[in-house]
Design a protein around this ligand. Structure first.
Ligand code: ADE
Length: 418
């Protein structure tokens, strides 16, 4: 059996069933896997992957392994691991997995360390915890790393700071910046799965509620659109004037959190920054307000303060904690203020992760073939982005028009006008 630290291998049967189900929704990744099986682009290459351990990630790991890679997988969040998936990856697919749902901070970083023990040539990260650990605690391993990929906005922000500070030591492809990633995963994936997490945790009716969405990036847009679709009155808070204007023209009310705090029934933070909901806001909220976070790290809601200022706390439901305020108002926090879509639901649906992970697989193949890149953050090559879109459309039975020779000529000429 491969090296592993998972909750319980006896859970593998359920995990295998769900991994197989997810695969049916991931036709693009399946095609890439079939090609990798023949071409073996990762023969002899070790890959350490720090990702949410879900059925979709399991299919990415299977794809990389089919391409000849030796993979070690650890979790990119202490609360997102699907224990049955982790068990099945070890038992049914002979992969190394170090991940247990609900692990503490020490255990979380120990698992990253265990994945790094593989001495990877390629890294896959979601939030840059593995890359940051590698650059701070395991610099001895840096010389043999040829490249890496990063899945999420927050991770890319961290990597760009590392690069700007001259600290980044190997090339990393920002998968998040591929159009076929952020325009779909961030918007439709986060939109649906965040609302899914809130509904699974609380079983509340969304229609008629005031839903406050903090942050109107791609993820915030998705959450706002899906909440509106379910009949919510959506309020958006923003710090960027252009983005705020977009939210206004998309039909939402925009106001500072100080005002939104007084009227919201449900709050969803998706900003990527800290201290979005703080003690000041807790003091203004209505009795029964529900708080959830869909940003990568659990820094957006000041959970420490919520806990320390409460006169009483209790588990209200699975994944829902009640905090009683000094004046008797009750605030409800979902999934400890960690990613609500993965903490209280199953993360993005497989059909959207299909595109994100197709980009991952192809970006890793590109790095394996291009070994002399400088240490910097690279975009996904545009051909990969377009190929993923083409394959996804194919899989959906969609065809599109093609430019005629005359149209191509028109688009490249400057002489033709009125
Ligand atoms: N991030 C968001 N949803 C995910 C999923 N289903 N699998 C892996 N990473 C994710």
């Amino acid at each position: 059996m491969t090296d592993h630290d998972v909750k319980d291998l006896a859970m593998a049967e359920d995990g295998k069933r769900r991994i197989d189900w997810a695969e049916t929704q991931m036709p693009v990744l399946r095609l890439i896997k079939e090609r990798f099986e023949k071409e073996k682009p990762f023969d002899g290459i070790r890959i350490a992957a720090c990702l949410h351990v879900t059925t979709e990630t399991a299919n990415l790991v299977r794809t990389l392994a089919a391409g000849g890679a030796e993979v070690a997988l650890c979790a990119s969040n202490p609360l997102s691991t699907q224990d049955d998936t982790a068990a099945s990856l070890v038992s049914d697919f002979a992969q190394s997995v170090f991940a247990v749902r609900g692990i503490d901070n020490d255990g979380y970083y120990k698992h990253i360390q265990m994945a790094l023990d593989l001495k990877p040539a390629l890294t896959v990260d979601d939030g840059a915890d593995l890359v940051s650990t590698l650059h701070t605690k395991h610099r001895d391993l840096l010389d043999t790393v040829i490249g890496g990929t990063e899945e999420t906005t927050t991770g890319v922000v961290r990597l760009r700071s590392m690069a700007a500070a001259g600290e980044l030591r190997y090339p990393i492809v920002s998968v998040n910046d591929a159009k076929t990633k952020h325009l779909f995963d961030n918007r439709y994936g986060t939109g649906q799965s965040s609302i899914d997490g809130i509904i699974r945790a609380t079983n509340i009716l969304i229609a008629g509620r005031t839903v406050v969405v903090a942050g109107y990036g791609q993820c915030g847009r998705g959450v706002a659109a899906r909440a509106e679709g379910l009949g919510a009155n959506v309020v958006v808070t923003e710090i960027d004037p252009v983005t705020a204007l977009e939210a206004v023209m998309d039909g939402y009310r925009v106001m500072p959190m100080e005002d939104a705090a007084r009227i919201g029934d449900i709050f969803i933070t998706v900003t990527g920054d800290r201290d979005v909901l703080t003690e000041r806001h807790f003091g203004l909220m209505k009795d029964g307000a529900i708080l959830a976070n869909s940003g990568h790290f659990d820094v957006e809601i000041d959970v420490k303060k919520l806990r320390s200022s409460a006169t009483d706390t209790r588990k209200a439901r699975e994944n829902v904690e009640e905090f009683v305020q000094q004046d008797g108002r009750r605030l409800f926090l979902i999934a400890e203020g960690r990613l609500v879509n993965l903490g209280a639901a199953e993360g993005h649906p497989a059909a959207v992760m299909d595109m994100s992970f197709a980009n991952q697989a192809l970006a890793l193949e590109w790095l394996a073939k291009n070994r002399n890149l400088d240490a910097a953050v690279y975009p996904v090559p545009v051909e990969i982005d377009r190929e993923v879109a083409r394959l996804k459309l194919d899989s959906m039975g969609m065809t599109i028009d093609q430019l005629s020779a005359e149209q191509e000529a028109y688009l490249s000429s400057w002489q033709e006008g009125t």
